[in-house]
Design a binder for this molecule. Structure first.
Ligand code: SF4
Length: 442
């Protein structure tokens, strides 16, 4: 079966209130016009395309004429008929489904089987109200029956782990049973928070958390062999993308900054959803730098230059340890990793202690989920990050290889006594020893 999915921006959804929906709240959604939609369709679907099933998703409801002009609706159906598409699926809110519009669609559909994807999400009126879905279970049922009466297919979308659901498994079972009785197929989707949605704020406020793969599989295990049900755990999972109105410069050496929710959701993402690049076999923990992104600082430039000289450089995963927690090099430009300052000179001994405890836990959480052949590090021996890292590896019984020649480091410090040595770690002799040790060990 040849399947194609086309996703288009078609202006703002006229409902726009579902609390898990980010798309409808984005400030910059392109408006649709017949010409733009037609050009996009022709670009994606040439006349000689061999497509059995076309999924056509717009940012809202396909039958909402404020979003999709009626003329384009007809054009899409004609095109499907012309090139032999067997099944066409689009999404629609029940409020746009009525006998008049279905009769019109009946005339244009000819050979293509048209299926409506209805986002019921959960068969529970109390939850539907709380998530601002805008319709009830009864409305869903009546819509599905009406669609069947006119010979249209029904595909029902359900969401697992919506907020306000008390028993996730039981709620899903109720929803699946209802949807099975009224639909040809069901898509079960893991609820995930996106930047502009109110759900994202619930996540930041520690009031709701997404399910990870293991939890999702456990909740959905009984449906995995049902050929009417498709399970989608991670199709839409992404790193935490903060909208501008939630971006805050996090500044200060305080407990509030250390435990900032914008750091916490990132650490949760890295622990539960992030997949490390497959080529990275060795882990190298590095200190942060005051300049952001770190790789623009003179100390990181020198370290990176040395790493480039290591034959297996591409296999080394550089991860910084700092106030936000652990920060993989490839993510250092993302907010808030490029938007915080931790002035060390403001640290109190209580904050230093808390930093070590919090950071140790974050490292333990990361290393418990991501495996490497060897773990290296390059820190000043007296740093709190190093202490947290040593404790974390000790706790997990993981060998940790420090690339710092401590004897040489002490000599350099002693030689410069009384003078301010900005970056002792980037002294040439120490970097020579760092590269040699790393080269010998990988
Ligand atoms: S109906 Fe769909 S597009 Fe509109 S707000 Fe709800 S989820 Fe978003």
């Amino acid at each position: 079966m040849n399947e194609k999915t086309i996703i288009v921006e078609s202006g703002r959804c006229s409902w726009g209130k579902c609390i898990y929906c980010s798309f409808s709240k984005k400030p910059d959604v392109s408006e649709a016009s017949y010409k733009r939609l037609k050009d996009n369709l022709d670009y994606n679907l040439s006349d000689d395309s061999k497509i059995d099933t076309l999924k056509y998703f717009n940012s809202g409801s396909f039958l909402d004429e404020k979003q999709i002009p009626k003329s384009f609706r007809i054009y899409l159906l004609e095109k499907c008929n012309k090139i032999g598409v067997k099944n066409l699926i689009f999404e629609c809110l029940p409020e746009h489904v009525n006998e008049k519009v279905l009769k019109e669609l009946q005339k244009s559909r000819k050979t293509v089987h048209v299926t409506f994807a209805l986002g019921l999400e959960v068969a529970d009126d109390i939850v539907l109200k709380k998530i601002n879905k805008g319709f009830t279970v009864d409305v869903y049922k009546k819509t599905a029956v009406l669609l069947k009466k006119y010979g249209f297919g029904v595909r029902t979308y359900l969401m697992v782990n919506l907020p306000y659901v008390s028993n996730i498994k039981k709620s899903l079972e109720t929803s699946v049973n209802l949807a099975l009785s009224l639909s040809e197929s069901i898509a079960v989707i893991n609820t995930y928070p996106y930047g502009y949605s109110p759900l994202y704020k619930l996540w930041l406020d520690d009031k709701w958390h997404p399910l990870d793969k293991k939890q999702f599989d456990s909740v959905c295990s009984q449906y995995k062999n049902n050929n009417k049900i498709e399970l989608f755990f991670d199709d839409f999972i992404t790193y935490p993308k903060f909208p501008d109105f939630l971006k805050e410069k996090i500044k200060g050496a305080t407990s509030r900054c250390l435990n900032h929710p914008n750091f916490n959701v990132w650490q949760e993402y890295l622990e539960r959803f992030y997949k490390k690049p497959t080529s990275k076999e060795y882990l190298l923990f590095l200190p942060c730098a005051f300049r952001k992104p770190y790789s623009r600082s003179s100390s990181h430039k020198k370290i990176i230059e040395r790493l480039h000289g290591i034959p297996n450089y591409q296999k080394i995963h550089q991860i910084m340890i700092s106030t936000p927690g652990v920060i993989p090099r490839e993510l250092e430009t993302k907010y808030p990793f490029e938007s915080y300052d931790w002035p060390e000179w403001e640290e109190t001994s209580a904050v230093k202690k808390e930093y070590t405890t919090v950071t140790q836990k974050r490292i333990v959480d990361y290393l418990s989920c991501h495996k490497y052949k060897k773990i290296f590090c390059y820190f000043k021996p007296e740093s709190e990050s190093y202490l947290a890292l040593k404790n974390a590896c000790l706790y997990l019984k993981l060998p940790l290889y420090s690339l710092l020649d401590e004897k040489m480091y002490k000599e350099i410090k002693d030689m410069n006594k009384g003078e301010k040595l900005n970056s002792p770690l980037t002294q040439r002799r120490l970097l020579d020893a760092f590269s040699k040790k790393l080269r010998d060990m990988i």
